[in-house]
Design a protein around this ligand. Structure first.
Ligand code: GLU
Length: 374
């Protein structure tokens, strides 16, 4: 059952496809989205908008007709397009009597606890002032190639929802929700009304579904829903073309696909899961068993170290066969770990000098995950 009784904060994400018309930005669509958000505010909700579209608008301004793939040019397009995008939102929100604000994020801003706490408090201030913040990835400085990017705005919107304790994430796209097959090709494909958990078999439906032209597509939306679910935030994937979609959803109409929230992880656990990892270690089966029993990880169970990381970084913990087992905050840097691995605790003084603890991380510094997308 869809339950919106505890919803107070909502993150709404709109993709490039939805905002584009043949001519450029679809001003009617922007106005419509802003009108609906203003109505949600009147219903008592706090709303954050995550909007794509900067790269496309910048490209158009430069006269490019095709998708821009060259990274520095994409970044230039984002820098050109972002103020254009915001000017449309500012104008449309102004008509509704709503003040808007721009927030540009990189993944590092959420990874780093200090910048993340700053973000939380500035966004809370904006929301308490009745302002609708419009988020986008700071594409000018963050690119996937240097590991600082979210990758797509679906993922970013889920991480934002998770970090600012939203109870509902609405991903507006150009199809009605998640179908069991490709509705354009398969007449037996049905729209899923509710999904309890984003399992691999649910993600398999996304492959066949009529995908959008945006960066994301249905699979990234489901992975985003999975991130949101871990923060006890429900997700709805719905078509932004359906009239009054946001307002009707919050009034309880069964539109789109509703993905249930799952167990709530603590802020620290979510921070560990959503943090990009700096490296990885491989552990043997005995260590997996010990960690499952909530013991600390000792050097003797470590069989491999890869990447360069510092003490305090988030690392992946992999099984012997390479499968991801957990993410954890390491107490040792990669160089020390490479020296310590496979050794008994009693041998550590001889290897590293006196006074080193044998614990690499404690159970509370680790979250077991079985999901290679994280
Ligand atoms: N940040 C990109 C933009 O504004 C879009 C990323 C996405 O489509 O997910 O154009």
């Amino acid at each position: 059952m869809r339950d919106f009784s505890r919803v107070r904060r909502i993150v709404v994400k709109v993709g490039t496809n939805l905002l584009s018309s043949g001519e450029g930005i679809d001003e009617g669509r922007v106005r419509d989205i802003c009108r609906q958000i203003a109505e949600l505010k009147n219903m008592g909700y706090q709303v954050i908008l995550v909007s794509s579209g900067a790269v496309g608008l910048g490209a158009r301004e430069l006269g490019h007709r095709n998708k821009v793939v060259h990274i520095p040019l994409r970044q230039a397009c984002a820098a050109i397009g972002q103020p254009i995008l915001m000017s449309h939102y500012r104008e449309a929100f102004r008509k509704e009597g709503v003040i808007t604000a721009q927030v540009l994020l990189t993944r590092n801003d959420l990874n780093n606890r200090k910048t993340y706490n700053n973000l939380r408090s500035s966004v809370s201030t904006l929301l308490s002032l009745g302002i609708v913040p419009v988020f986008n990835e700071n594409d000018v400085v963050s690119i996937a190639e240097i590991g600082t990017a979210f990758g797509d705005n679906d993922r970013m919107s889920a991480m934002v929802a998770s970090k600012i304790d939203a109870q509902l994430l609405v991903l507006l796209t150009d199809i009605d929700g998640l179908y069991t097959g490709n509705p354009k090709k398969d007449s037996s494909a049905v729209l899923l009304d509710e999904v309890d958990e984003v399992t691999d078999s649910i993600i398999a439906f996304a492959k066949g579904a009529g995908s959008t032209f945006s960066t994301g597509g249905m699979k990234t939306k489901l992975l985003a829903a999975r991130i949101a679910a871990m923060a006890d935030c429900a997700t709805i994937i719905a078509s932004g073309y359906s009239p009054d979609v946001l307002v009707r959803i919050l009034k309880g109409e069964r539109i789109g696909t509703y993905i249930h929230p799952s167990i709530r992880l603590t802020q620290r656990q979510r921070w560990i899961i959503n943090n990009s990892h700096s490296g990885a270690i491989v552990i043997d089966d005995g260590a997996v068993e010990a960690l499952e029993k909530r013991h600390s990880l000792l050097p003797s169970g470590v069989t491999g170290v890869s990447g360069a990381f510092e003490s305090g970084d988030v690392i992946q913990v992999r099984r012997q066969d390479g499968r991801l087992f957990a993410k954890a905050v390491t107490g040792y840097d990669s160089t020390s770990l490479a020296m310590m691995m496979g050794h008994r605790s009693s041998e550590l003084d001889g290897l590293l000098g006196e006074g080193h603890k044998d614990c690499i991380f404690r159970p509370e510094d680790m979250v077991v995950i079985d999901d290679s997308s994280l």
